[in-house]
Design a protein. Structure first.
Length: 565
């Protein structure tokens, strides 16, 4: 069990305790322990039982709970709390904006024991009559419950990727499996995954089924399995696994067909000809051969969504998509100056160790009091440290930035003089998220029109599978960014991936550059650049249209040019 998983369990325990009206000091102890574990630089699974109680903020009782978590994935207190709470009520913690106390009222006074019960309660107008609720909160709750229900059965790609890697490694060990690959949404690197799908080629299906059942952690669901497929679950993964069997000579045909979004397969190529027909005509020796038979340029799996890629391929205009090696720097990162875990020096040195040429530090601005946002005098102090570090770390460079809050009226939360002191500014919304499309769009457009805005941060404020995000007129915002020369961020956190990849192509058509930003609050957060890269590639992002694919010299000139304008 990882530190992140332990933190999640302790946070859940604290919510359940609050739900049941437990001692507030005890609840706070669980929350503190969870935060302490989140800040550790070492995985607890590598620590001895005697070392765990020595951690500041972890007492003997909490250490015993953590030891049990490491041994069996739960602890006695958690077991009791789960027994005392209906499963559907636990699921209510997924509702954005409603904490344990509100959920307790909905459960105990409203009688809702599942999300479906709760939706019915909202639709009947009964929530507004409960203590602490009103018509407006009932409307907000209705939307949040509907979103939570729509997210059932899905996991973020980043969460399931380790399971995919383990399963592929298990396939590789067995000689009866001649070819194998992930497929479906998983292979197209969709941001959320509902099923881990694989394709394996073998000429001995029964032998292969025996091999698969022998893989550690696999449990077959025989009712859902068939002669040419295996269905079941993989240990610790909450979504199902489906493995299709293929004869070796049909592997690439089936791989093309199962990888693609059906829209991609059915898009017309020439008359009534489409990929679905072509892939079924004969056996192909590779995926490229399928596309060549269709008269199309081959394309990477990420693009096979049925959006714009067929037209590009027909015209032989498929771009060379941006690669990890193309990225020269990391922008939008936080340090201990605001709410980051690591110091400015640590963030810079680790960035340099990873081979990047520059770091853009953009701690939270003064309005974000909850995140230790920087007042004017602290901005100056950070910029002085940046100057000293730049002398020491050269040729590596730290650019002085800020994540400036977009206020309710669309203005940024510093004076023009302070804003002008930064190399670049990421403008983001962090408050007042319950906006309609008119208000949200106007707020963002006002920020885009501010001459100090360099990058528009996480456009909709969404949290994948947690919060839908406020509605915006994407075309109006992208058009304004094109007019004002504002970069749009692809926030690379797998919890955000905002701007949505489905709008990347439109931004590129309008000439808007994008920046893949991890929004890293600790050194380990840099790894999220990979997930932002996947999102950009799905929309057709190239090196030439990616801001942080610029070299140090190029981006320094770019920032200086914007400041002069």
């Amino acid at each position: 069990m990882t530190n992140t998983e332990i933190k999640s369990k302790l946070k859940l325990a604290s919510k359940l305790m609050e739900l049941h009206g437990d001692n507030p000091f005890k609840i706070r102890g669980y929350q503190t322990a969870a935060d302490t574990i989140s800040d550790l630089d070492v995985e607890m699974v590598t620590m001895s039982v005697d070392d765990i109680p020595k951690i500041d903020g972890i007492g003997k009782g909490m250490a015993a709970n953590i030891t049990q978590l490491l041994e069996r994935g739960s602890f006695d207190g958690m077991d009791q709390l789960m027994m005392d709470t209906p499963e559907g009520v636990v699921e209510m913690f997924k509702i954005s904006g409603f904490g344990a106390k509100k959920i307790a009222v909905l459960w105990r006074e409203g009688g809702a024991e599942t999300l479906d019960d709760l939706l019915q309660l909202c639709q009947q107008g009964k929530v507004a009559k409960l203590k602490g609720f009103a018509e407006k909160s009932q409307e907000t709750l209705t939307n949040a419950v509907q979103f939570a229900i729509s997210c059932r059965g899905f996991e973020r790609y980043a969460n399931v990727e380790p399971f995919m890697i383990n399963i592929l490694a298990a396939f590789e060990k067995h000689p009866s499996i001649t070819l194998f690959s992930e497929t479906g949404d998983l292979r197209r690197r969709m941001e959320v995954i509902g099923c881990l799908e694989f394709l394996v080629a073998s000429d001995e299906f029964e032998t292969t089924r025996t091999v698969i059942n022998a893989i550690e952690g696999f449990t077959e669901n025989e009712k859902l399995s068939g002669p040419y497929s295996w269905s079941g679950m993989y240990d610790k993964c909450d979504i199902p696994v489906k493995i299709r069997f293929s004869a070796t000579d049909q592997f690439y045909n089936i791989l093309v067909e199962t990888t693609a979004n059906p829209k991609h397969l059915n898009m017309p190529i020439d008359g009534d000809k489409n990929l679905k027909k072509i892939v079924r005509e004969k056996a192909y020796a590779s995926e490229s051969a399928v596309y060549e038979a269709a008269g199309l340029s081959p394309m990477v799996p990420e693009l096979r969504e049925g959006e714009f890629e067929i037209e590009w391929a027909k015209q032989n205009k498929l771009p060379k998509l941006v690669e990890m090696d193309d990225l020269k720097g990391i922008l939008h990162n936080h340090s201990t100056y605001s709410d980051g875990k690591h110091t400015l020096r640590q963030m810079a040195e680790h960035c340099r160790e990873l081979g990047y040429e520059y770091l853009g530090i953009s701690d939270h601005s003064q309005t974000a009091v909850y995140a230790n946002g920087l007042q004017d005098f602290r901005v100056k102090k950070q910029q002085e440290e940046i100057e000293k570090l730049n002398e020491e770390l050269a040729p590596f460079k730290i650019f002085s930035g800020i994540e400036s809050d977009i206020l309710a009226d669309g203005s940024l939360d510093y004076s023009d003089d302070v804003l002008a002191s930064f190399d670049f500014i990421v403008a983001s919304v962090h408050s007042g998220l319950t906006m309609d499309i008119t208000k949200a769009t106007h707020r963002l457009l006002t920020a885009i029109n501010n001459p100090h805005t360099t990058i528009l941060g996480h456009m909709t404020g969404r949290l994948i599978l947690e919060r839908e995000g406020y509605p915006v007129d994407h075309k109006a915002i992208i058009d304004a960014c094109a007019e004002k020369g504002v970069i749009i961020e692809i926030n690379a956190s797998p919890y955000r991936l905002d701007m949505d990849w489905r709008w990347v192509h439109y931004a590129l058509e309008k000439g808007v550059m994008l920046s893949i930003n991890p929004d890293a609050h600790k050194m380990e957060g840099y790894k999220d650049m990979y997930y932002g890269l996947l999102a950009g590639r799905k929309g057709g992002l190239t090196k030439e249209m990616c801001l942080n694919a610029m070299t140090l010299e190029e981006i320094a000139k770019y920032f200086e040019g914007r400041r002069k304008r």
